[in-house]
Design a protein around this ligand. Sequence first.
Ligand SMILES: Cc1cc2nc3c(=O)[nH]c(=O)nc-3n(C[C@H](O)[C@H](O)[C@H](O)COP(=O)(O)OP(=O)(O)OC[C@H]3O[C@@H](n4cnc5c(N)ncnc54)[C@H](O)[C@@H]3O)c2cc1C
Length: 480
Amino acid sequence: MADVLLCAIVGITVCVLILLYDLYKSLYKVPKVTDFPKKPVTPIDKDSATDYEVAIVGAGPAGATCGYFLAKAGRKCLVLEKKKFPRDKFCGDAVCKTAIEILDEMGLYEQLVKDNKAKIADCGGMVSPSGLSYIGRSKEMMGRIPAAIAIKRTHLDESIAMAARGAGADLKEECSVEGVELDKKTGMWTIRLLNDDRVFRCKLLVCADGATSKLASTLGIVKTPPDSQCSRAYVEGGTHKFKADGVVFYNRDILPGYAALFKHPNDELNLCVYLIPGNPKVVPEDLPKWHEFMMKQDSHISRALGTDYKIEKMRPASLRLGGIPQSWDDQLIIVGDAAGMIDPMTGEGIHHAMEGGKIAAGFLSECLDHGNYSKEVMEVWHKLWMNKFGSDYKWSMWMCQLVYRCPMLLDASTAAVIRKGDEFLVKWADIMTGRVPKLHLLKPEFSIVIAYELMRLSFKRLTGQRTVPTTVVSDNLKKD
Ligand SMILES: Cc1cc2nc3c(=O)[nH]c(=O)nc-3n(C[C@H](O)[C@H](O)[C@H](O)COP(=O)(O)OP(=O)(O)OC[C@H]3O[C@@H](n4cnc5c(N)ncnc54)[C@H](O)[C@@H]3O)c2cc1C
């Protein structure tokens, strides 16, 4: 009786805490640009070949999305990209719902699927550290916009960048920004390029140059290197045995990191190993070793790859996780990976780069109308994205520590998915991709079933029974 009462008190306390948190989030009002003094607006010469209202450095998902929405708002905007499209970017190529919705708003999503560049990830799931796995279906449940698609970055980034150009942004490729200076007298940034004599000027500068955040580091705003590394290796279509569209593999040895397999339209696979900070035995410098380990020693991945798979050389790239403490300065904001807009729980950031880029465009447009680009106003940008999705990163970091110390939590979560089925998997995915705050995992609909499975698995362990690796396939998949 006392136990039941204790559980009820804990349950009610948790619900009240979540309600208070949600209430705080809904009541917390980010200051508006118009709360600050209005300043005279000096128009930019529309015909000038050098002067812009906004210049964006980097045309990845963050910079190009920002350029697209600025151009749509009628702003004179320059997007400088050091490479020429189509260009590759080492990535897991998994693009989740928030990003797909923005691609749809840009009119790109359906065309990418029609052109066989994007594959809808309908059939997918997870494998827990003890080998419990669930493969479910989500497409029917999700409606027109799926939970995720797989698309190569050569296609995705080119299509967003070209959409930005189509909307009226001045996209200049093969323009590597070497340095920038703010002239306080004229209130204009001067932008210099590498091995190129052209010089551009702008009122507002956006650093969207990726995880290394070189420009903001040179300006002294970003003070730390990226936090970690992730690998990518393509597996030739037709050479593997992977049946699903996308699966996440949690292996005890690399927690809180994980590996993922995602399938492209041509049956090609992308194998990524995400090293997430928090495990002292797993350091970014050892990425090649861990990539090899997951590929060869993880029995689930080995089974998915089969014996005759043809895989390319592993390619590493940096991850800046969990948001930087300052993403603004005088007449400047930082967006996307450069600002650490990657969820530490997943290592994924395309959706937040795009969502950040879109929010940034709206914010900068308001600043331009108001004529005030002071540091105090620019700080509003940081509050905007922290309020929208960035504040959740601290819970992700906390969860990373939790699953590293208690991998059984992932077993229990997978067992809960097995028990509850596709609907639960979709809700789990919403939490993992930041559509729903991580704190919602404490809601009874999740916490009770996960706690029950945790107790069941703990009891088994205490009584010396092994957790038998089990794969459960959703009833919706069995129908086909
Ligand atoms: C191996 C790996 C796997 C990943 N897997 C996933 C995944 O499956 N799903 C997901 O959502 N996220 C994933 N991520 C994260 C994702 O790649 C990033 O969050 C996303 O690319 C961020 O976009 P961005 O525009 O901020 O930066 P980027 O995509 O890095 O774009 C930055 C752009 O700036 C340009 N640039 C840099 N310097 C200059 C300069 N000086 N002048 C001009 N241009 C410049 C670059 O050429 C580049 O085009 C992964 C990351 C890694 C490393």
